[in-house]
Design a protein around this ligand. Structure first.
Ligand code: ADP
Ligand code: ZN
Length: 727
């Protein structure tokens, strides 16, 4: 018997009989299995000696799809662990690790290459005579006569269709041969002269990493923006390539950082394989194959690349490890950052978590001695840290989002021939369409949120559910002309265009970069100096490196100051420090101006000094005092339903059951989610908190068993979120 992970929400997978031919496929191989009336591609998890159900109830797995496992033993163990840790069905966990084409049953090995050559009969054909009847056929024979054989893709490129090839094969003039593509000729790609000489700080970091014994070791690389972290990564990777081992580099979002990929390409060329969600299915499979066959020495990828099939693992690096995009927000809610550490441990290799603003969890782990903390405290070049000031919005006029002192600073920096970035965490024209007569703002019908004005398209849009309607300035109930309150990136750019008609103004947000290639254009215009002021959302915070940007303005810091989530301060500081890091690279000093109505807020003390380490220390002390992670562990049980009562009935019963377990676990709630109604569904949650992980997970297992057949559970969509990134 075999236990098989099927791509369905079935917690432990399903058990099947194997009747051959041959022995049962080894764990990690794919099999075709019947479920109900349908047939699915599943993955064998383990062989079983005894069946959990009566033998005559078991069905047969029909076909083995692989001779070799598509999921190696180490990865399979990791996935099984994930299913239990995240309390998620094994089939969906396994699916996360396989490219779509493999989930659909495509062969796992690269397709063989077909080449064609003439048969003796083909060589005897009089091509001149043939050309009078069939010009293309003659051309094909002549082409093949010129060489021993030709690869089919080359022939197709030359305009010969497969049908023509097959036709001449039937005539006995051609024959084909299949070859498995030869492994790429490995060249020593790393040329030290293409890399800068290391700074003393970088050397210290590399030496500290090299000094530890082989095997698992976790490092937190805390390096300010522009301190040369990426260069350190590249040296580590080069070291691994020289030793013929693979490196896995995880990044938050590849599309946002074209500069990084091109730097890696320049340094590592054909050794690089890229894995991210914008690839086509076959590109994804190709990257997966190159990883599995060790053809790629460096795999760069987003979240799901943490499941890459490393053939010769050497090191795992997580760039911007604090980034929230490493946590999957729905379905299988794993944290790629945490799994990177788990995998490294499992593979006995080092892992490096790099960031200018490490997560409090990682800093805490370093303080506890579980990770080793390394520092790159200085920027490369003479720029030094930017000077930071707060503009008190209580004392200065603001027009369309920009205060008078901010305008003064923009003038100054433009006059010196430098560039400016303005950060505003809100896209669209304005967040509120308000009728002063009725005192009412236009709301989304399906969410607890207001409609954002998008003036360019003349539409109102809900940023939570995507609902759209036409923008009408006249109020529907009183006819009064309504007003746009607040400012988004569109409004700020329009204001700037009016103020600076001769200055290039760019915009970097999801609306401005939705078309393929538009993001690259926005960044290229800034690099070329066509754009002098770039207005953008947190997309600005990513690792772009523009030496002429000397002023960074944060137009609204207040949204994050009083957030309800225990992480909102951490997120705010991380974003502001990251955005500030764009100011003053190379040899020009930078300036950062932050607009706020609350300049006395204690967070600004740390921000003014750009002292993230001190912020982390204070924030961790606060977390300790209030028992939040990393000083406790959290699991959120979420539920949503069209009827508010249904979500609450389910969670209330669940909370009662959780409390009845009588363990050391604190049960909070149920309570409404931070935006209660979204896309027409009411959302609520219950929070389980415990100082130790063990009892917490045991409780969830027990609750899952208990709730399985509750009628209340059938009326809601529910999910268990382990180590939630947001409450
Ligand atoms: P980070 O990843 O910490 O933001 P980078 O590695 O991107 O920093 O380095 C910032 C800039 O400094 C880049 O332009 C990079 O090419 C350059 N750089 C990095 N290391 C060195 C070095 N040792 N000498 C000179 N320039 C360097
Ligand atoms: Zn909505």
């Amino acid at each position: 018997m075999i236990r098989v992970a099927v791509p369905l929400p079935i917690r432990e997978g399903l058990v099947y009989l194997w009747a051959g031919p041959g022995p049962a496929p080894t764990p990690g191989c794919r099999v075709q299995v019947p479920v109900g009336r349908r047939s699915h591609v599943g993955v064998v998890i383990e062989h079983l000696a005894t069946s959990p159900v009566r033998l005559d109830k078991l069905k047969h797995a029909t076909t083995a799809l692989d001779a070799e496992p598509v999921i190696g033993a180490d990865l399979l163990e990791t996935l099984v662990w994930c299913a239990s840790y995240y309390h998620h069905p094994i089939g969906e966990v396994v699916s996360a690790a396989l490219p779509a084409l493999l989930r659909r049953g495509r062969a796992a090995a690269p397709a063989p290459e077909i080449s064609w050559r003439l048969t003796p009969a083909g060589r005897d054909v009089d091509t001149n005579a043939l050309a009078r009847r069939a010009r293309r056929q003659a051309a094909l024979l002549e082409r093949l006569a010129a060489s021993d054989s030709a690869a089919e893709p080359d022939l197709r490129e030359a305009g010969f269709a497969r049908a023509q090839l097959v036709k001449l094969e039937e005539k006995g003039w051609l024959e084909s041969e299949e070859t498995v593509p030869a492994a790429r000729e490995r060249v020593a790609v790393f040329e030290p002269e293409s890399a800068p000489a290391l700074t003393a700080d970088q050397r210290d970091v590399l030496e500290a990493i090299a000094a530890v014994a082989p095997g698992y070791h976790a490092f937190v690389l805390h390096g300010v923006t522009g301190s040369g972290k990426t260069e350190v990564y590249m040296r580590l990777i080069a070291e691994q390539i020289r030793a013929r081992r693979q490196s896995l580099l995880l990044v938050p979002e590849i599309s946002l950082t074209p500069q990084l990929v091109s730097r890696l390409e320049q340094r590592f060329g054909a050794d690089l394989a890229v894995m991210h969600s914008a690839l086509t299915d076959s590109e994804r499979l190709d990257a997966w194959q190159r990883c599995r066959s060790a053809d790629a020495g460096l795999i760069v990828g987003t979240r799901s690349a943490v499941f890459a099939p490393l053939a010769t693992p050497g090191i795992i690096i997580v760039d911007e490890e604090h980034d929230i995009s490493y946590k999957q927000a729905e379905g299988f809610r794993y944290s790629a950052r945490d799994l990177a550490v788990f995998r490294a441990q499992h593979l006995s290799i080092p892992v490096v978590l790099g960031s200018a603003t490490p997560s409090l969890e990682s800093i805490h782990n370093a303080e506890q001695g579980r990770y080793e903390r390394l520092r790159l405290p200085r920027r490369i070049g003479a720029a030094g840290s930017p000077a930071v000031r707060v503009i008190d919005l209580n004392h200065h006029a603001v027009r369309n989002g920009i205060s008078t002192p901010m305008l003064g600073a923009i003038d100054q920096h433009l006059e010196s021939g430098n560039q400016v970035m303005l950060f505003l965490n809100r896209r669209g024209f304005a967040p509120v369409l308000f009728c002063s007569e009725c005192g009412i703002a236009e709301e989304c019908e399906r969410c607890d949120s207001r409609m954002t004005i998008h003036s360019a398209s003349g539409r109102l849009r809900c940023h939570h559910c995507g609902a759209e309607r036409a923008l009408k300035w006249a109020c529907a109930s009183c006819g009064n002309e309504r007003i746009a309150v607040g400012a988004g990136t569109q409004r700020v750019s329009e204001e700037l265009r009016a103020l600076y008609p001769n200055v290039g103004i760019g915009r970097l947000d999801r609306d401005a970069t939705s078309r393929r290639g538009s993001l690259e254009n926005v960044l290229a215009d800034l690099e070329a100096g066509k754009t002098q002021i770039l207005v953008g959302t947190q997309m600005l915070a990513k690792g772009h490196d523009f030496p002429n940007v000397t002023l960074v303005g944060v137009l609204n810091a207040d949204q994050g100051l009083f957030g309800t989530d225990f992480r909102s301060n951490e997120r705010l500081v991380q974003t502001i420090v990251q955005v500030s890091g764009r100011a003053g690279r190379a040899d020009r000093p930078g300036e950062v101006l932050i607009q706020s109505h609350f300049p006395a807020h204690p967070l600004f003390d740390c921000l003014l000094d750009q002292d993230y380490a001190r912020f982390a220390e204070l924030a961790l002390a606060e977390r300790r005092a209030s028992d939040w992670p990393p000083f406790s562990h959290l699991i959120v049980w979420r539920a949503n339903a069209v009827q508010r009562a249904a979500a609450f009935d389910y969670l209330r019963r669940l909370a009662a059951a959780a409390r009845a377990l009588g363990t050391e676990i604190d049960v909070h709630g149920p309570a409404p989610a931070s935006m209660e109604r979204r896309s027409g569904r009411f959302r609520a949650q219950m929070l389980l908190q415990c100082a130790r992980r063990g009892p917490l997970h045991a409780a969830v297992d027990e609750l899952l068993l208990k709730t399985r057949n509750w009628p209340e559970a059938r009326k809601v969509r529910w999910a268990v979120d382990v180590d939630p990134a947001e409450l």
